[in-house]
Design a protein around this ligand. Sequence first.
Ligand SMILES: [Zn+2]
Length: 153
Amino acid sequence: MSADEQLPHWDVIGRGLIGHCPRCGGGGLFVSPLDIREDCPSCGLHFEREEGYWLGSVTVIVFVVLVVFAVVSVGGIMAFWPDVPWVGVTVAGIVVNAAVPVLGYGWAKTAWLGINYGFHPPEAAEEADTIARHAARLVDPGPSGHPEDDAPR
Ligand SMILES: [Zn+2]
């Protein structure tokens, strides 16, 4: 086993955690803060590897919500102890549980991509599909340069 075959690939995981493509490191993946493109605009990687793939990103965002909720709740209690403003701590907890899953879901997708590709690199057939997809895009990028942006909604 060469060094390249050892898992996990921390560079790949890191790319996902900063919102970049795990394959090429390219940016511009977000169509909005809440969601990402179907394919990487730089290398053509199709992000949804299989049906139900995004369940992993749900797991990521649930973990993040739990951590942020614990920090806000325990931090709020510790900061104001013994005169804890329980209503304020409760409201802050509710806001965290409502806002973080929505605002962080696009990032959770790229984080999941990084984690998934870092532990489960693409096999030859998937890599060949990515190369073919990217070559097709270079030949006919569509009016916007992003085929998924030109598809009817
Ligand atoms: Zn890419």
